[in-house]
Design a protein around this ligand. Structure first.
Ligand code: AMP
Length: 285
């Protein structure tokens, strides 16, 4: 089965109009391509609850912090189309760049507060780029539901906040992180890791779950942090940009998981920046 690829907004809108007339529920899965099983789990979730599914593929220049990172980002449209074929999606929207940022484009969407920490500290402007393109994709696709991975936990929060604040009538659905057998969260950036580096990367998840176990047993974050950082270093990681326990609703720092909590990490390995996060079981007060 071939997947129907649309590159122009007018074509997407024409298709969308027929679905809306028929009273169908439309879902969207925004991606930057280089699809892996994590992305495909979002497609499955969309297929399960929507009559029509649009997958978008757009490598959004505005959310990259350096031209090198943008240039190195994998672009694999043909392979992506093959991976999507078995899922029977209705449209793959691969907008030409001018369909997202036409000449003279001058608008940015910026979410305050929750973007000041974690990724926001280390990737200035990143979430403005994300919020802007996602707002556009929500409006362009007119979807009723959008599917995002918990892998990018802060991004999921930013997108939810943005849609609520702008009254975009869409339900943002968060889906669990899909992992390799080692526990490594699947990511398009993993493609840039050598076999040896992938093995080292597999240490990240057990270190994180080890931290979560200790926090759930009553140790404070300050007590476990030095050993966790040392374990990452021993595993071969370079700079750890952040390793934090945060409130899952506000991203405020926590010492103990007395409310829904998330352990979040960003660390470099062989020139690749990896991020991950897990839920930490809640302690009663
Ligand atoms: P990206 O193409 O990296 O921008 O990701 C597109 C969507 O896929 C985002 O909602 C990500 O959170 C989600 N995603 C990426 N990796 C995973 C994963 N390992 N498990 C679940 N969702 C993922």
């Amino acid at each position: 089965m071939t997947v129907p690829i649309l590159r122009r907004l007018a074509d997407l809108r024409a298709q969308h109009a027929t679905w809306i007339r028929a009273g169908e529920v439309v879902g969207v899965v925004p991606t930057m391509g280089a699809l892996h099983a994590g992305h495909l789990s979002l497609v499955e979730a969309a297929k399960a609850t929507c009559d029509r599914v649009i997958v978008t593929i757009f490598v959004n220049p505005r959310q990259f912090n350096s031209p090198e990172d943008l240039a190195k980002y994998p672009r694999t449209e043909r392979a992506d189309a093959e991976k999507l074929a078995p899922f029977d999606v209705d449209v793959v929207y691969v907008p030409d760049p001018d369909q997202i940022y036409p000449d003279g484009y001058a608008t940015s969407v910026s979410v305050e507060g929750i973007t000041d920490v974690l990724e926001g500290t280390f990737r200035p402007g990143h979430f403005d780029g994300v919020a802007t393109v996602v707002a556009k994709l929500f409006l362009q696709t007119g979807a009723h539901k959008a599917f995002f991975g918990e892998k990018d936990f802060q991004q999921l929060m930013v997108v939810r906040r943005m849609a609520r604040d702008l009254d975009i009538p869409i339900e943002v659905v968060g889906c669990p992180t899909v992992r390799e057998d080692s526990g490594l969260a699947m990511s398009s950036r993993n493609m840039r890791l050598s076999v040896e580096a992938l093995e080292k990367a597999g240490r990240l998840y057990p270190i994180m779950t080890g931290c979560a176990d200790r926090l759930a047993a009553g140790e404070t974050f300050d007590q476990i942090e030095p050993e966790a950082r040392a374990a990452l270093q021993a595993a071969g990681f370079g700079e750890v940009e952040y390793l934090d326990l945060r409130c899952a609703d506000t991203l405020a720092p926590l010492q103990t998981p007395t409310r829904p909590a998330r352990l979040l990490v960003a660390a470099w390995l062989d020139g690749v920046r990896l991020i991950d996060n897990i839920a930490v079981p809640q302690l009663s007060d």
